[in-house]
Design a binder for this molecule. Sequence first.
Ligand SMILES: [Zn+2]
Length: 203
Amino acid sequence: MDQIKIGKFIAECRKKSGLTQMELSEKLNITDRAVSKWENGKAMPDSSIMLELCSILGITVNELLSGEVIEMKDYDKTAEENLIRLKKEKEESDKVLLNLEIWVGLATVLLFLTMVFIASYCDLSNNMRLLIMIPSFIFFFIICFLLLRIEQKAGYYECQKCHHKYVPSYSSICWAMHMGRTRYMKCPECGKRSWQKKVISKD
Ligand SMILES: [Zn+2]
């Protein structure tokens, strides 16, 4: 995706609609900084608000992703290309995130165990022990929270009964029994429980 081109296109369409960045952001319930980031090509609009953004700007999602108005005769071809590209990019970034999760997870566990070891076995005052343990616990839980977020959002979980692929809620990820990344969860499609595997692609 050419984010710079898309950003310029968003700015152009916004001005044509007679909206300021602030007015557009208010319509979408986001900050004007987010709009400015898109227009400078530093970020892409989240897929959750893309439809609404396009309807405000009077363009199609396909045009937004191409960064230009598309002639009707080329429409289907570019639509397909854009969807494929978007999907590939999501899969790539999900893979990176899931790898990151493993390494950050390992590093955090190691660091945490080191801190526990130091607090338990080194010759320290009790205050000093607390001073080591409390921040270590807080740090550990914050990282766990963030890593579980990655696990929830990156890729999909696949039901082993009906093979439905979906993104589970954060709480169902948190409370599910798990072995590695495979989690015992209830499928929203067939309602059966099974050990669900993480998959990157939806098809
Ligand atoms: Zn199912």
